[in-house]
Design a binder for this molecule. Structure first.
Ligand SMILES: Cc1cc2nc3c(=O)[nH]c(=O)nc-3n(C[C@H](O)[C@H](O)[C@H](O)COP(=O)(O)O)c2cc1C
Length: 174
């Protein structure tokens, strides 16, 4: 488990291969809690987070995502847990709020020894009637849009190190 904060940031990598074992509730709760402590525009806590561990539901989500992507593989890489993030369509900075939630959760996952990967296309998935029906089933309010999701689980294999950072990525003006 990595505990040095800058090392956590440097060594987090997108994970695209997972062991089938489910993560513990403690690990999941730590990841979700980290998401809820992300900063949000005007402190509105606009995002809604939904963690899915039900196999039939995960298969349905994978199919919906694959249809948007135009593939037949599982875009969530058969991870044992998917975590979806939504915001109200009229939230003042919903994309930014949800993105910070997702990043907090990815970093927290890494501290828990878990792998994660941001998975896209939830906006299109949950704009469909099927997506809207699922949001109702989950007790979410009307008018939400999907911003992104995480695949989450124990990594199967070691990630390669991050690419070198590009020249001129950051500059300091004094
Ligand atoms: C907005 C966003 C969308 C992404 N969508 C996907 C995706 O759908 N599938 C995927 O495998 N990775 C996705 N990624 C992960 C990126 O490909 C990954 O972060 C990037 O290649 C850098 O690798 P690293 O996370 O290991 O540093 C996404 C990342 C972001 C920030």
């Amino acid at each position: 488990m990595e505990t040095n904060f800058l090392e956590i940031i440097r060594t987090r990598r997108s994970c695209r291969s997972y062991k089938p074992d489910q993560i513990t509730d403690e690990q999941l709760n730590a990841v979700l809690e980290a998401g809820t402590y992300a900063p949000t525009s005007r402190g509105l806590q606009s995002p809604f987070i939904v963690a899915v561990q039900n196999d039939a539901l995960k298969a349905r989500l994978a199919k919906m995502n694959a249809e948007v992507m135009g593939v037949t593989t599982n875009p969530y890489y058969d991870a044992p847990t998917y975590v979806l993030v939504f915001v109200p369509e009229d939230a003042p900075n919903g994309v930014q709020d949800a993105s910070l939630v997702l990043e907090n959760m990815m970093l927290a996952a890494h501290t828990q020894g878990l792998g994660s990967c941001w998975i896209h296309r939830e906006r299109e998935m949950f704009a469909t009637e099927e997506g809207k029906e699922l949001m109702r089933e989950w007790g979410l309010p009307e008018g939400l849009v999907g911003i992104g999701a995480l695949s989450l689980g124990y990594p199967d294999g070691e990630p390669s190190p991050a690419k070198p950072r590009k020249e001129g990525y950051a500059r300091v003006i004094k």
